[in-house]
Ligand binder design. Structure first.
Ligand SMILES: [Zn+2]
Length: 244
């Protein structure tokens, strides 16, 4: 009766509020600290808030394995390191911007190459296997490198149209198809998140989109992104590919 909670008790009591689902055992990310521009993904259902600190309202709960990137920060509050983030959509929400703790965001090896919505996800189709993810937006939307590497510009009539392959080393390549135009020269080295081209509908395509693949030793790797989901350019792809 009338007991005041200590700060420790308050933190314990609101611990679940960091995460969107109580009782979930989180994997704490002990990787390198974030910086502005870090591409990451959630390792649990993570609350995104209207401000720094657990007293702020929840804008949205980003489901486990939602891609995001940091746009400002960090701040230390309530025993956590906070970043302003932009998260991709999930099954409940579209893209959101807000504040979330670093501890449940793992660094992503690859990033989404464009802002838009997933018009076709990875998987089997009646027409064959779709070995990448399609992100649709307007013609001219900027396409960014998913990771640093050497970019090669190519053309394939009836297939990828104008496309770019980036060789990341270690057997990894990313592929960006149907471009309207290039923003890099053939053989140019690009850093991560550099502007490499413009979205288009060249080759075998029914509307402006980028077909994006991650290949390892010339085999298409699984990439996330559910049909209709909104994604941000430079946000983390929620998958860690080992070896790079
Ligand atoms: Zn495609």
């Amino acid at each position: 009766m009338g007991n005041k909670l200590t700060r420790r008790q308050i933190l314990k009591g609101t611990g679940a509020a960091i995460l969107g689902t109580a009782g979930v055992t989180a994997t704490t990310n002990t990787a390198a600290a974030h910086t502005i521009g870090t591409a990451s993904y959630t390792t649990d259902n993570l609350n995104v808030r209207s401000g720094v600190g657990t007293e702020n309202s929840v804008v949205a709960t980003a489901e486990k394995y939602t891609g995001m990137h940091t746009v400002d920060g960090p701040w230390n509050e309530d025993g956590y390191t906070w970043w302003e983030v932009e998260t991709n959509g999930d099954s409940d929400n579209g893209r959101v911007r807000g504040y979330a703790v670093e501890q449940y965001q793992a660094h992503a090896d690859f990033s989404f190459p464009a802002t838009g919505y997933v018009s076709s996800d990875y998987g089997q189709r009646s027409s064959g296997f779709h070995g990448g993810v399609d992100i649709a937006n307007d013609t001219g939307t900027y396409i960014y490198s998913s990771r640093a590497g050497t970019a090669y510009t190519r053309y394939e009539a009836g297939g990828c149209g104008n496309y770019i392959v980036i060789d990341h080393g270690g057997g990894y390549e990313t592929l960006y198809c149907h471009l309207n135009d290039f923003a890099v020269s053939n053989g140019e080295y690009v850093g991560r998140h550099e502007h490499i081209g413009y979205m288009g509908s060249t080759g075998n395509s029914t509307g402006p989109h980028v077909h994006f693949e991650v290949n390892y030793n010339n085999e298409e790797q699984f990439v996330t992104g559910d049909q209709g989901e909104e994604v941000y350019a430079k946000s983390g792809m929620p998958k860690n590919y080992s070896g790079i």
